[in-house]
Design a protein around this ligand. Structure first.
Ligand SMILES: [Zn+2]
Length: 529
């Protein structure tokens, strides 16, 4: 979770400025941004307030901020001094300290960090003054337990709705549930679609967008972010794509991520609590994303690697995730041997008769096979007349015909009304006629929807076919010049779904010629139907 700045100009500041002092908010902003930089905090929002009033009720920006703090939207809030948040009376101080404590939000000032997680941070508790530590713990526990049992009933327990939904009261009893927000729901769907299916490019291909690219596009489209900011944070996109709430579920006890500092840089690490501490139940609210799309997104995350993984191990095996055993189907494992310079892959399934090989030999065979395949594929492709390339044209013709038919049916329906008005039809005839037409219209609409989906699929397939050839050719050209295993691996994964490898005979050392006595089955990434 990110951090924000809260800047407030007081009456005293305004007087000081009149006496020639530098603009207060700009000065404070600089101090706090410097501090954030030193502490490696990701600041994603700056709140500014210029009002003479000291009480919370006269300061709309701080009210907004406190709501966000209560909703656990911030790791911490940076202020030049604690008094900027609450001066006023003890009630105001109480409001502020409760909001920060119960949400475990830090207050960070240039002099000190107030951390409610830190039991020994006495000052944090002094700041509230009127509440003892025991009282705090009891209330915190009760709140947690109450929210947990609500979650188990499928209710929404947060004080704010996730992006895409509005928070509404449940129909009977206590608590809240979610209702799709008309404006935001299509954005959520779009985010998932861009991530899972990709976005149509100018050259007609579909490109899958990652969280960063999606955030960038949404910002460019001037769509307000979940925080109301004009700029979208990639992490918001990331969490939207991970949140099962969109499939109608309620999740509780799931920690998002925790930041640790390694070599002066902030690294994130994902902490997933043991399953018994997590709750995932059917929510009372409707889904806006299908399970299928959601699961595809999660799979993509797994395949692309989790962006919050802290340590990036250097990949040594260019075939990782590409080559599987042709007998047992499990991935071949990397084998290093200190005495030899050539590394190998092998099947480690217990009892599987498949034998290992040197990596460079498998690589060479794959590249050769790809070369043969692409040449042949290209030939067959070039020989095909345009009409045969796909069913696209046929489908498009059918689609146009179906639209025409629908128009005719709609006109006929209008006509029955006229005929009724003119007294040519009696009511009964009218009803029979219009019922039959309405059935035909429904049928026709269904047909159009199906054809339209077919056409889209067909376009996607055609584009994939067109794009695969240059990809494979490029791979063949540059593969051996690639600097490391990871670059090779990326390229192989671009064009290959998988490669099955089968080797049943071990080869003696002397018979080097037979080292490549194994079978390979290549599965190029052809469009799925
Ligand atoms: Zn095996």
């Amino acid at each position: 979770m990110p951090y924000c700045l809260y800047l407030r100009k007081s009456r005293a500041d305004i007087d000081a400025e009149a006496n020639g002092e530098m603009e207060t908010l700009a000065r404070h902003e600089k101090i706090l941004l410097d501090l954030a930089k030193r502490m490696h905090l990701d600041v994603t929002e700056i709140y500014r307030e210029v009002v003479s009033g000291e009480t919370i009720s006269s300061r709309p920006v701080v009210q907004h901020l406190l709501t966000e703090v209560e909703n656990e939207m911030w790791d911490g809030v940076l202020v030049v001094e604690i008094e900027r948040l609450a001066r006023g009376d003890t009630i105001d101080q109480g409001i502020v300290s409760r909001a920060f404590k119960f949400s475990n939000t830090k207050i960070i000032t240039p002099l000190k960090t107030y951390d409610p997680n830190n039991e020994y941070d006495e000052e944090y508790f002094e700041f509230g003054l009127f509440m003892s530590r025991r009282e705090y713990k009891t209330i915190r526990r009760r709140l947690t337990q109450g929210r947990m049992s609500s979650a188990k009933e499928g209710k929404h327990t947060g004080s704010k709705a996730p992006y895409g939904y509005d928070r509404i009261h449940v129909e009977s009893g206590k608590g809240y549930t979610l209702s799709p927000n008309e404006k935001e729901t299509p954005i959520v769907k779009m985010i998932f679609d861009w991530f899972v299916n990709g976005q149509l490019q100018e050259d007609g291909s579909y490109r899958k967008l990652g969280a960063h690219a999606i955030a960038h596009r949404l910002t460019n489209l001037s769509i307000d972010s979940p925080t109301g900011n004009p700029t979208w944070n990639p992490r918001s996109v990331y969490w939207i794509l991970h949140n099962p709430v969109y499939t109608g579920k309620i999740r509780w006890g799931y920690k998002k991520d925790k930041k640790i500092i390694v070599d002066g840089a902030v690294k994130r690490t994902r902490i997933i609590p043991p399953e018994e501490e997590q709750i995932l139940v059917e929510g009372l609210h409707p889904a806006i994303i299908s399970d299928e799309i959601f699961n595809q997104a999660q799979e993509l995350f797994l395949r692309r690697g989790n962006p919050s993984v802290v340590i990036e191990k250097e990949l040594k095996n260019p075939l990782a995730g590409v080559v599987v055993c042709g007998i047992c189907g499990r991935p071949l494992r990397y084998r290093s041997n200190a005495n030899r310079r050539d590394f190998g892959v092998e099947c480690r399934t217990y009892g599987c008769p498949c034998k290992g090989s040197y990596i460079y030999i498998v690589e060479k065979r794959i590249i050769d096979a790809l070369r043969d395949w692409v040449n042949e594929y290209k030939l067959s492709w070039d020989d095909m007349p345009r009409e045969m390339h796909s069913l696209l044209i046929v489908k498009e013709q059918a689609y146009n015909a179906a639209i025409k038919e629908l128009n005719t049916l709609t006109k006929q329906l209008d006509k029955t009304h006229d005929l009724l008005e003119q007294g040519i039809y009696d009511t009964e005839t009218f009803l029979i006629r219009s019922k039959s037409l309405s059935e035909k219209i429904a049928e026709s609409e269904k047909n159009i929807a199906k054809l339209s989906a077919d056409i889209n699929n067909e376009k996607l397939r055609e584009n994939n076919r067109k794009n695969l050839i240059p990809k494979v050719e490029n791979l063949i050209d540059i593969y051996w010049q690639l600097p490391n295993a990871s670059a090779k691996n990326d390229m192989l994964k671009e064009v290959l779904e998988k490669v099955e490898y089968t080797k049943l005979h071990t080869v003696g050392r002397s018979k080097t010629k037979k080292l490549d006595d194994f079978d390979l089955v290549l599965y190029p990434k052809l469009p799925r139907t």
